[in-house]
Design a protein around this ligand. Structure first.
Ligand SMILES: O=C(O)CCC(=O)C(=O)O
Ligand SMILES: [Fe+2]
Length: 326
């Protein structure tokens, strides 16, 4: 086994141990305010670094995406998922673009997540947009929201770049949306309403994300997200993140963990099924995955791991989740 596949195997083994219910515990959920970002950048970078290394996840406020735009993006997601199955089936998922239905099998559970999702990866959307008759304005509005998410993601990553000793623009150049190699992804998710007993304890099985950084939006009354910081994975104790309007919950992903020579631990999370007495309605969420462009080389400041392109890195991880497909 070469060192690249040994590394991938290590991450998958780590994940396959995380499927148990475990314990629930409350942890500090640090909220970092990004208001006046340019003037406060040093202080914000310190706060982000501390939250990421001490706790392993954080939320941001004052990020500049108006609540109305977040709500509009949720409305767009609901509109898309309400399309008939045969219409959605015209946009099949391929390489993080398009629609999948109960197709993501997590190594932690060996079962499909109880969801469907639609993913937008800018350069790969040919033939995958509903047309203007089916969903007028959908494409432009979703792309505008994707751009707003990118702006926030790059602000946060510029702070991590400073702390890692890279130039401030390092990560926005690595996630350049004007290039064909761009592969950051906006994902809309729809977890099905329960009609009887839940099909297992998880709507989405425990996992870390493959990317550098994930921005996650939840809607009021539609909780279920739980996190267990990667560095505490042995404890298997999970903390619920209740949805709070306008806040973005942020996870460090495996790509940034590797890029930071493991200084920034990626963050296990899962979505649990409703418990008796909780709402059985559908749950919608939105996730933006900052994934460096395909041709970018991932190499940490201390060169702890051999360099790997972001394309090869993602391909390995995606094929482990979608039955060998990439
Ligand atoms: O729906 C959520 O809250 C989490 C989604 C998620 O973790 C993912 O898609 O990677
Ligand atoms: Fe995730």
């Amino acid at each position: 086994m070469n060192s690249t596949s040994a590394y991938a195997m290590h991450e998958l083994t780590k994940e396959s141990r995380m499927g148990a219910r475990g314990l629930e515990t409350s942890r500090e959920i640090r909220i970092i305010d990004l208001t006046d970002f340019e003037q406060r950048k040093t202080e914000i970078a310190d706060a982000l670094w501390q939250a990421s290394t001490e706790i392993g996840f954080f939320q941001v406020s004052g990020h500049g995406i108006p609540l109305a735009d977040i709500n509009a993006a949720f409305a767009r997601a609901a509109q898309f998922f309400a399309l008939p199955q045969e219409v959605k089936a015209r946009y099949p998922l391929n390489r993080n673009a398009g629609w999948e239905y109960r197709a993501q099998i997590r190594p932690s559970t060996g079962k499909p997540d109880q969801k469907e999702s639609y993913q937008v990866t800018r350069p790969r959307m040919s033939g995958l947009w509903p047309d203007e008759v089916t969903l007028p304005g959908f494409r432009d509005e979703v792309l505008a929201f994707e751009r707003q998410c990118w702006e926030v993601g790059m602000k946060l990553l510029s702070c991590f770049a400073l702390k890692m000793g890279f130039p401030e623009e390092f990560f926005s150049q690595a996630h350049d949306p004007s290039r064909e190699t761009y592969q950051s992804t906006l994902r809309m998710l729809h977890y099905f309403a329960l009609t009887g007993e839940p099909d297992g304890p998880w709507r989405a099985g425990a996992h870390t994300d493959f990317d550098c950084l994930t921005l996650l939006f939840q809607q009021a009354g539609q909780g279920g997200l739980q996190v267990c910081p990667g560095k505490e994975q042995e404890t298997q104790s999970w903390t619920s993140i209740e949805p709070l309007e306008g806040l973005i919950t942020c996870n460090i992903g495996d790509m940034l963990m590797r890029w930071s020579d493991d200084q920034l631990p990626s963050n296990f999370h899962r979505v649990r099924s409703p418990l008796p007495g909780e709402s059985v309605d559908a749950r919608y969420s939105l996730a933006f995955f900052c994934q460096a462009n395909e041709d970018v080389l991932i190499e940490g400041p201390g060169k702890k791991y051999p360099p790997i392109t972001a394309r090869d890195y993602l391909a390995q991880r995606i094929s482990a989740n979608f039955s060998g497909k990439y």
